[in-house]
Design a protein. Structure first.
Length: 203
């Protein structure tokens, strides 16, 4: 039951723009705000044991709730539309902080599968962290533009679909680059080993 509820709350919040679009067609902004805040709080409660593994979740949730409450108190949709911006800003803060106060978020994730990372890999994860920071800045600015200057439909399409596609493309590109970097490191290591063996045999 807990898994089902967790999956439901996560799904609703991942598809937040569509939930807002549907909700506004059936509820007043104040009532919709109560429902969305309840989902955010419920998700925090359900995943509270994993907050250390997901360092951005708590600040993102807090800023998201603040954005939603803006709509609740103003009886408008602007707060709802600023929610994705709040999430991007929270992610940017966490990733940027981890860059200046390592280990970075990306390094932490990498160590889940490979605990002993070489210095070159740590430098690589730092660069990837900066790339994600840049993504959050650009994505956040576009999200802000759609919230302030574009229709609800356009806002929903970008924040509920296009931004996820862009995120997926970035993940794919980073994965391909990572494979190439690993291959280069293996070739370099093999070359160093052969050089060392040749030097040893000459002695």
């Amino acid at each position: 039951m807990k898994f089902f509820i967790t999956a439901l709350t996560t799904g609703v919040l991942l598809m937040y723009p569509f939930a807002v679009y549907i909700g506004l067609n059936n509820l007043q902004p104040g009532y919709l705000a109560i429902v969305l805040v309840a989902f955010v709080l419920l998700r925090i409660f359900l995943v509270r044991s994993n907050l250390k593994k997901l360092p951005w979740l708590l600040p993102a949730s807090v800023l998201g709730i603040v954005a939603i409450l803006v709509s609740a108190f103003t009886d408008s949709i602007i707060g709802f539309k600023l929610y994705p911006l709040a999430i991007n800003f929270a992610m940017l803060m966490v990733f940027a902080f981890s860059y200046f106060k390592p280990p970075t978020v990306i390094e932490t994730f990498a160590r889940l599968s490979e605990k002993n990372l070489p210095p070159s890999a740590i430098k690589y994860t730092a660069k990837v962290t900066l790339v994600w920071c840049l993504f959050f800045i650009i994505n956040g600015l576009v999200s802000l533009y759609t919230a302030v200057f574009m229709s609800l439909d356009s806002w929903m399409i970008y924040n509920g679909f296009i931004s996820y596609v862009l995120m997926g493309i970035l993940m794919l590109v980073e994965y391909l680059v990572r494979l190439k970097v690993k291959k280069q490191q293996l070739v370099m290591s093999a070359g160093i080993s052969k050089t060392a063996e040749s030097a040893t045999s000459d002695e």
